[in-house]
Design a protein around this ligand. Sequence first.
Ligand SMILES: O=c1ccn([C@H]2C[C@H](O)[C@@H](CO)O2)c(=O)[nH]1
Length: 137
Amino acid sequence: MESSKEFKALIRECHKAKERAYCPYSNFRVGCAVLTEDGTMFTGCNVENACYGLAMCAERNAIIKAVTEGHRKFQAIAVGTDIKDKFKGPCGPCRQFLVEFGECDLYMVKPDLTYMKFPHDLLPMGFGPADLLAEKI
Ligand SMILES: O=c1ccn([C@H]2C[C@H](O)[C@@H](CO)O2)c(=O)[nH]1
């Protein structure tokens, strides 16, 4: 996967998406690129608002675009910030969003375009679709 043309494009597109972040309040740019099962790519950036609580993360914007266009299965997702080394990964709500669409490879992209793979257990003991199907009283 990591040596494929598609993967290289994923890293590049994630970086480019970060350039489009609208974050005048936090000045914290985030970009995301999602590679779907069939090789289609979607990107997202964070979009903030004067009403601060309305800020929407890059990851959720990218996933919402993919799902809206009919893609629910992902091969890989890349998330990039301007942090040099210590970006610990997506925020809680974005982890919940990612869990909804199943396991896929997640990469953190540094400003110099180097990347690292994220551990698979994004949301230990997380609530997911299966919980809604569990036997109830
Ligand atoms: O995983 C994350 C964490 C934060 N942000 C955005 C939200 C806000 O615009 C800014 C600062 O929290 O970064 C993301 O896009 N993704």
